[in-house]
Design a protein. Structure first.
Length: 126
């Protein structure tokens, strides 16, 4: 498979993975615990993203060690981005009725998607 095909396939699969882990697999209790550092369900949520990242990278590249490394990086970034966003929103008392709540939400999502772009670049370079 060409590098360009790998790049596009990775980007598409990361979007699907993100939808699944942040949508159907995310529970309201996970959302609640993401703002508590070290809380089990916040870790589980990021773990689901990490497993998805491993699957995406391994399926496309077949490099298991590289997939494990990039999945661990995704775990750390995803966890801390979610934790930070939850704490900023709580600190300022923003709710879905406030514009800044949605700015924080979109910043959170932007960082996740920029992470996927960086992971894609790393996987294609491998």
């Amino acid at each position: 498979m060409s590098s360009l095909n790998q790049l596009f396939l990775l980007l598409i699969l990361f979007q699907v993975k993100h939808f699944i882990a942040d949508g159907p697999l995310q529970t309201s209790r996970m959302v609640k615990e993401k703002g508590q550092y070290g809380a089990t369900l916040g870790l589980v949520h990021s773990g689901l993203h990490s497993v998805g990242t491993f699957i995406v990278i391994f399926v496309v590249t077949r490099f298991a060690l590289w997939a494990v490394l990039l999945a661990a990086i995704d775990f750390a970034i995803h966890y801390h981005v979610d934790w930070s966003k939850e704490n900023i929103v709580k600190r300022f008392g923003w709710t879905p009725a406030n514009g800044p709540f949605w700015w924080a939400m979109m910043a959170d999502q932007m960082v996740h998607h920029l992470t996927y772009i960086a992971l894609t670049a790393a996987a294609v370079a491998a």
